[in-house]
Design a binder for this molecule. Structure first.
Ligand code: FEO
Length: 395
């Protein structure tokens, strides 16, 4: 059965406690997720979004317990990535003529995914759909985070259905932000922003300001993943404005890989050097081969500066560091300083290569990096400390 949100809105989604990887293996979802779908019953009935394809038959079966499917007048697809549109084919087998409201890009994506000639109605910002006592208004949210994305605002009940925006991969049976552990929730919301929305921060700022300028009363923000923002719902809007503005905290994140602990010893000495200059700066060390890559990106997002270390192997850098550098480049972090370090045995190219790579990823390299030959002795460890101290002074 669904979960009642208001007299007119019922949550009919799927909570996925088992989900640990998303987008293939691109993103970790250690606290699970949910695919939120909402049924609005006014004089007319509308369904907002569906769920991921593996749960399609379960979704349709549970929806049937809630309502005679023939009574659904409209399907609203805010975003058509498969985690939200995956149950459409199963649903449309039952109600094939029901109109699907989405952006023109949304129609193209649904057609591209499912190759069906369904009854599409294209909408753009400002278009409305009267349901009776309530009205839906569509707001395009292009590239937040796909070209088709839109939000739907329900006046009368003052609900913003924001799809991925303001969402989190966070499984909970209790649905609301004031019923879960706040620090866990905020970690997942921030991780979601850092790993999915950060490249589109300019659009996020513009869209959030556009919504604020509309002066819409907002009682609930209902995203398509995780909790519904009910207690002070606009807190997450304020947070998005902060996160979208080249966010950083007083933190330095050191990411390294190590073969025989030489680069790890360098990382620890550099961390000590940074703290000798600024005892208040939070320094986090993360092993690229052992720590979760999505958590590493979250710590890059929080940092004002990043150090990347690797041993030189096969005239280059390590496999794990290569992946981390690709993620750092793709997520388009802004206004962060950086430097490279690492140990080597003979050729020693990796530090120079990483320094260049950090530059092309949009980081400001503050120096040419630092490397040590073989296993660092006490004198070399001292030099690593001094390298860390100099790095901290450059911030
Ligand atoms: Fe939750 Fe972009 O899909």
């Amino acid at each position: 059965m669904g979960k009642k949100i208001t007299d007119k809105v019922t949550w009919v989604g799927k909570i996925d406690w088992e989900l640990k990887h998303f987008h293939g293996d691109e993103l970790s979802t250690n606290r699970g997720s949910s695919y939120n779908s909402y049924l609005i019953r006014d004089q007319k009935t509308a369904l907002i979004d569906t769920v991921w394809q593996p749960y399609d038959t379960e979704f349709v079966a549970r929806l049937k317990e809630e309502i005679d499917l023939d009574r659904i007048d409209y399907i609203i697809m805010n975003h058509n990535e498969i985690d939200h549109s995956g149950a459409l084919p199963e649903l449309m087998r039952e109600i094939p003529d029901t109109p699907i409201y989405c952006t023109a890009k949304g129609e193209a994506i649904i057609r591209g995914h499912y190759h069906q000639d369904w009854n599409f109605v294209n909408v753009k910002t400002g278009d409305t759909l009267e349901l009776g006592e309530t009205t839906l208004t569509f707001i395009e949210a292009t590239m937040l985070h796909w070209p088709d994305t839109m939000f739907t605002y329900m006046s009368g009940e003052n609900i913003l259905f924001s799809n991925d925006g303001f969402g989190q991969h966070f499984a909970t049976e209790t649905l609301y932000n004031d019923t879960v552990d706040a620090s866990e929730l905020y970690y997942e919301a921030e991780k979601y922003y850092a790993n999915i929305l950060n490249p589109f921060s300019m659009m996020a700022t513009k869209k959030v300001n556009e919504i604020l300028a509309m002066n819409l009363p907002i009682t609930l923000i209902c995203p398509s993943h995780g909790v519904i923002w009910k207690d002070e719902p606009t807190q997450i809007i304020t947070k998005y404005l902060e996160w979208a503005d080249a966010y950083q905290e007083n933190q330095v994140t050191i990411i390294y890989d190590t073969m025989w602990n030489s680069t790890r010893a360098m990382a620890e000495a550099i961390a000590a050097g940074i703290q000798s200059v600024d005892p208040m700066v939070r320094v986090k060390l993360m092993n690229a081969a052992k720590d979760d890559k999505s958590d590493i990106m979250t710590e890059v997002f929080r940092a004002k500066a990043v150090l990347v270390g690797t041993p030189t192997i096969n005239n280059g850098y390590s496999f794990a560091i290569a992946g981390i550098l690709e993620l750092m480049k793709g997520l388009k972090f802004k206004k962060k300083k950086a430097a490279a370090f690492g140990s080597y045995g003979w050729s020693g190219e990796a530090v120079k290569q990483i320094t260049e790579k950090l530059g092309t990823a949009g980081f400001e390299a503050v120096n040419d990096g630092y490397r040590t030959l073989w296993v660092p002795d006490q004198e070399q460890i001292e030099k690593c400390r001094e390298f860390g101290a100099e790095f901290a002074r450059a911030l």
